[in-house]
Design a binder for this molecule. Structure first.
Ligand SMILES: [Zn+2]
Length: 424
């Protein structure tokens, strides 16, 4: 290393700098930190990076898609001559803006919405390319339509208010209280999961085995499924006839409510607490052939390789008619085991390591800034757009949240990425 060795290289030290690793910041193209922070987190999710680079290697001249742009970006980082620096994800951002209208502007966006879009969209691209050929009868190959087939996973969240509160207020103010999800929604999770319009909980097939649908050629899981997809099982007990029905749902990430001075384990426990469905949220019991009060519980049946947890920090407050950031202190450990697993869970003992955290800095969903911290070869790094810094593991505590003044501006963990230790 010569005289132009960067500060970061000096801090890490030349003999400790991980071989074949590159720490490159991403240039901001006008409020694109929501994308930069998520891309860095994903780059350091090893199984994901490997699959994206493999895709790049296998597809020499692909049709330009968001996935090909992502693959080019990852490849470009991974093959830099320098160990540290910054790179401009221009092609990716241009493609993103072309792909989805909501992102086609210079406004701050919700990083979780972006992550959700990206993962689902990449999955659709892979499926579409797999079924390429006009005779396949798969008419849903236009990625980005938002509508997904029955096998697609999405964000899994618990309460019916979530479908609104998880979104950026750009798009949600209008739909809040008026969306199809909230009209007598029997099962909010289903309506969130299955955007194609199937709102009836009972029509969702119970999935067995590998957790994918049954629609022919598409039933093979993609590598996106293999990495991010888990299965939730919800058990509903009708309080009239006592019949228990259970239903499995795929998810790519879990959304949890945040409570003051708690931990992520607490949030997950609350996620799986028994919930009573009553008044206008009654359950349609097939046995009673009517809407009945019921008790419902959601637990994890298949634990994903990468567990993405979204902390619902943007709450819609009716009295303000907008989303408010909740900066509650929620501790997230470096090691995590799930306790809200079902009795028949496939792999309930998976031990997870914290790999990356997307952090929201600021006071509201449309204000502020996103950064990310990632773990790489035992080092913790902070990516703030084009800047990269080494941080101590103890610094992570600074991103748990605030114990008081919770509406104050804060730097808080927003999306957590846990990687299963058994995946190599
Ligand atoms: Zn019943």
């Amino acid at each position: 290393m010569g005289a132009n060795v960067s500060q970061l290289e000096r801090e890490i030290g030349s003999d400790l700098f991980p071989p074949n690793e590159h720490y490159f910041g991403l240039v901001n193209f006008g409020n694109t930190c929501y994308s930069n922070s998520v891309l860095q987190a994903l780059y350091f999710c090893k199984p994901f990076r490997e699959k994206v680079l493999e895709y790049k290697a296998k597809n020499k001249r692909p049709k330009e898609t968001l996935l090909s742009c992502l693959a080019d970006l990852f490849y470009s980082i991974a093959t830099q001559k320098k160990k540290v620096g910054s790179i401009a994800p221009k092609k990716f951002i241009t493609r993103l803006r072309k792909e989805k209208e909501e992102f086609d502007n210079y406004m701050q966006q919700d990083a979780h919405e972006f992550l959700n879009f990206l993962i689902n969209h990449i999955n659709e691209i892979i499926l579409a390319e797999r079924n390429a050929g006009p005779s396949n009868g798969n008419t849903k190959t236009t990625p980005g339509g938002g509508a997904t087939s029955a096998m697609a996973s999405s964000t899994a969240s618990k309460s019916s208010s979530t479908s609104n509160s998880n979104s950026n207020s750009n798009s949600t103010t209008n739909s809040n209280g008026n969306s199809s999800n909230s009209t007598g929604s029997l099962n909010a999770t289903t309506s969130v999961l299955d955007a194609s319009g199937s709102l009836t909980a009972t029509t969702t097939p119970i999935i067995s085995g590998n957790g994918t649908g049954t629609n022919g050629a598409n039933s093979e899981p993609t590598w996106v499924h293999e990495i991010f997809q888990g299965i939730l099982t919800s058990e509903t007990r009708c309080l009239n006839c006592e019949t228990v029905s259970s239903k499995d749902e795929n998810f790519f990430d879990l959304q949890v409510d945040v409570d003051q001075n708690t931990s992520i384990t607490h949030c997950l426990r609350c996620f799986s607490n028994t919930e009573t469905l009553c008044s206008d949220n009654k359950f349609k019991c097939d046995n009673c052939c009517s809407y009945q009060e019921a008790q419902k519980r959601m637990r994890v049946k298949k634990l994903p390789m990468i567990l993405a947890l979204h902390l619902k920090r943007f709450k819609y407050m009716e009295q303000f008619n907008r989303h408010i950031k909740v900066s509650h202190r929620v501790v997230f450990p470096l090691e995590l085991r799930l306790f809200n697993t079902s009795d028949d869970a496939v792999n309930p003992d998976r031990l997870y390591d914290l790999t990356a955290v997307v952090i929201h800095c600021g006071s509201g969903p449309n204000r502020g800034h996103y950064i990310s911290i990632v773990k790489s070869h035992g080092l913790w790094l902070l990516f703030d757009d084009d800047m990269v810094d080494k941080i101590e593991a103890s610094t992570i505590e600074d991103f748990y949240g605030l114990t008081s003044d919770i509406h104050k501006s804060s730097e808080t963990g927003y999306i957590l990425f846990y990687q299963s230790r058994d995946c190599t």
